[in-house]
Every structure is written in C-alpha cells, then in structure tokens.
Design a protein around this ligand. Structure first.
Ligand code: H79
Length: 414
C-alpha cells in the first residue's frame, strides 16, 4: 500500500495540472499537418527535427500569462495543489536552468522565469506547488530516451549526469519548498537509476513527495494511468491525472470539453474511492487558458467550494456493493455525504447500520427530516425528505452526521 505520509496530500482531493511548453505554440499543428493525438507529443508524433523544433523558443513570449490569476482561480475552484510541467518530454525547461541553455529565460525573447512566477504566486496564496519533470524522455538531449524510437545507441548515464540529475537539483534548491515531483514515463530507467533520483529528491527536500511514475515501484503514491480510475475503492494514497478535453498541451482544434456535471461526478467518484483528482489545463502559446475551459471549471469550482466539507479531507468509502442511482457518496469518520446529481424527492440509502444524528443541506445548513429503519428486505435504510423547492434541482449535497464511526456497512461484512 502506498503512503505519502503527508496529510495535506491525503486531504487534498482536487488539484490542478498545468501542461505548458513550446508545444503550446504549435497548438496541435505543424506546417499544415494537424495531430489528433495529445498535442504535447507533436514533436515526436510528426517527427519534427530538433533544429526545427527548438526554434519555437524564439517565439515564446506569453504576454497573457498571469501566474497570480491562475493560482487565484485554482484556489477559487477549491483545488489544494498545482502541478506544473517544469520540463516535459520535449526537453525545454520552463525555468531558468543553469545546466541547459534550452530554457525559458535563456532561449526566449521574454526571458521570464515562469516557474519563479508561479512559485511566488503559490506562496502568496498559500497553494502547494508540485513539479512535473520528464526524467527519462528528453527529445532534445541526444542521450535522452525517445518513446517508440531506437534508444540502443544512447548514453543514458551521460544524459542523467548532464541534465536530469542537475536539473532536479535546481528545481529542488532554487525555488523554495516543492510539494511533489511528478515523474513520468521511466522507459528504460533501471531500479538503481530510479533509486538515485528518489534519493536525490529526498536528500534535498525530505517532505517532497515522489509520484508513482518514477519507475520500478519506487513512488510514494499510486498514479493511475492517464484518464483512468480504479473501479473500486482503492487502498493507500493515489491520484488520477485527467484531461478536461482530449489533450494535455493546448490544441486549438480540441473543443471536446467535458461538461461541469461530468467533471463533478468524476471528482466525487474518485474521492469516494480514495483518490485525488488532478485535473489539467493547457494554456496556449500566449499563456491564455481557453475561455470554454475556464467557464467549465468555474462551474465545477462553484460546487466544490459550496460543498467543500464533503470533499476536502474525506476518506475512502468502505467497500459498498451498490451504487446509489441519484448520485454518489463520500465520507469522513462521523459523516456520510450524499451528493445528489439527479432531481429527486427522497434520498434513499440502503444498508447503513448506523444511527444518524441529523441530516443537513450543506448549502444552507438547514436540517432535513431523516428516518432510519429497515427496508422490507430487512436491510438498514436511511430516508431523507428533500425540501420541495429542491425537487427540481440537482447538484447539491446532504450531510449525515453519524452516531458511530465509519465503516458503517456492517451487514455487507457478514
Ligand atoms: O504529460 C501527459 C502525457 O504527455 C504523458 N503523461 C501525461 C500526464 C504521457 N507520456 N506518455 N504517454 C502519455 C503515453 C502516450 C502515448 C501516445 Fe502516442 C502518445 C500514444 C498516442 C500519443 C506517440 C504518439 C505515440 C503514438 C502517438
């Protein structure tokens, strides 16, 4: 079972992923050829030569990027941490690296240390900042791995010593406290090499969490596959990295945004199974986040903020053999939370052998009538009457304060 030993991570439940790099300038199209694959892979997928791709840096001038605005928004959406791509597979550092001139200060006209801007904003608004770092794939360094290509002639050790390890050292020493390092795609990294990276992170910042994808089983929490979640409650610390549309890096042609309702349901489902939802935005080459994306997140954020007590700090729901058809459940030690996603007149919950002290609508705090009894089939049964004015509404949450501590589904264990 994975354990970060960091209470903030266990409580967080909702985080913001930011994918931003030179690929954001291309926005899914290179010299008239479009990619319908994840847009940050465009260099690899369309075989763009390094000498061509690296010229993009000369165009990087994100006049619309405002770190404080993004951090304020994440806060407003109820998110507890941000993970930012300090270097993606393309190899371009989004901070002022001293060991590779291929970075956002030395190779661009804007000369802005984006990581510094974000970290300052996070500190100002008391937001945790974690960093994505592509440890094995580096399509710019001649000895970095490239997925789906022949890597047999690479001197990976030389790349590790020249770029990966020194850059990890930089991001962990030059920018204050870093909440976590989000490694990705270890490919041919050996167990010893993964261990070396792990030890380096911990020697520089013992409280910095190492994500699931460092490779060779070493991470401190489980990262699910991109856009996948476990079907059942899953023990230990875990996180589901997910997209709002179908790409991580900005793609101007991808307007397939999930609705606020879908995203809220996914968040609650992930939380009820014990995980954190790490939801991605991809700013464009100018640093602007698409308006449609912001509008969707504003609506998700309104639900999250209103019902924060039923999200932040919740625990994995004990295994429960039924889904409720009107919504979903989350819980804490003495609370069960009914997230209502459909219009209903009553909220019925089966198989709860626990006394309910009171039920209240989180939005207003008003108490709702609740009956606890046995169903005709003999199961424990909770029945909450929804106020008439809410019968035509959905997306609200009712809290049940419980007499005894969870777990509560005792009849299932028999
Ligand atoms: O950062 C995001 C992705 O870029 C990264 N993980 C998330 C968080 C990631 N790295 N590798 N993968 C995802 C697997 C990707 C495989 C493929 Fe492809 C990329 C399959 C389709 C696109 C390259 C391009 C190979 C086939 C097409």
């Amino acid at each position: 079972m994975k354990d970060t030993k960091q209470q903030w991570f266990k409580d967080a439940k909702f985080g913001l992923f930011i994918h931003w790099g030179l690929y954001s300038i291309l926005a899914g199209e290179y010299r008239g050829t479009k990619t319908d694959k994840i847009a940050e892979w465009i260099m690899n997928y369309l075989d763009i030569p390094v000498e061509e791709y690296e010229k993009l840096a000369e165009e990087f001038d994100p006049t619309q990027f405002d770190a404080e605005f993004i951090v304020r928004k994440a806060k407003e959406w109820g998110m507890k941490y941000i993970v930012f791509t300090s270097k993606h597979h393309e190899g371009f550092a989004m901070y002022h690296s001293k060991c590779s001139p291929y970075n956002v200060v030395d190779a661009t006209p804007c000369k802005r240390d984006i990581l510094k801007e974000l970290k300052d904003a996070c500190d100002k608004y008391d937001m945790k900042l974690g960093l994505y770092y592509s440890q094995a794939q580096d399509w710019h360094d001649p000895d970095g791995y490239v997925a789906k290509k022949d890597n047999s002639q690479k001197d990976y050790r030389a790349y590790l010593d020249r770029k990966c390890l020194p850059q990890l050292r930089e991001i962990l020493t030059e920018y204050g406290e870093i909440a976590l390092i989000w490694f990705d795609t270890p490919l041919g990294t050996t167990k010893e090499e993964s261990q070396e990276m792990y030890d380096l992170v911990k020697s520089l910042q013992p409280n910095c969490i190492v994500s699931g994808r460092i490779g060779n089983g070493l991470g401190e929490y489980m990262t699910t596959a991109d856009n996948f979640i476990p079907r059942l409650p899953f023990e230990g610390d875990w996180e589901a990295p997910s997209t709002i549309n179908e790409t991580w890096g900005y793609n101007k042609d991808d307007h397939n945004w999930k609705s606020p309702e879908e995203l809220i349901q996914l968040l609650i489902k992930i939380n009820s199974r014990g995980g954190n939802y790490l939801l991605n935005i991809g700013p464009d080459g100018k640093g602007h986040v698409p308006d449609e994306c912001m509008e969707v997140l504003d609506k998700v954020g309104a639900y999250v903020r209103e019902n924060e007590e039923a999200i932040f700090g919740t625990k994995r729901l004990p295994y429960y053999p039924y889904d409720v058809l009107w919504g979903d459940l989350t819980c804490k030690e003495h609370y069960l939370y009914a997230h209502v996603f459909r219009k209903v007149r009553r909220i019925e919950i089966l198989n709860i052998n626990n006394k309910v002290k009171r039920a209240y609508l989180i939005r207003t705090g008003e108490e709702l009538p609740v009956t606890v009894g046995k169903s005709c089939e003999g199961d424990g049964f909770i029945d909450i009457k929804v106020p008439e004015r809410l019968e035509d509404e959905a997306y609200y949450c009712v809290a049940l304060e419980l007499e005894e501590e969870m777990p509560i589904f005792e009849s299932i264990k028999e």
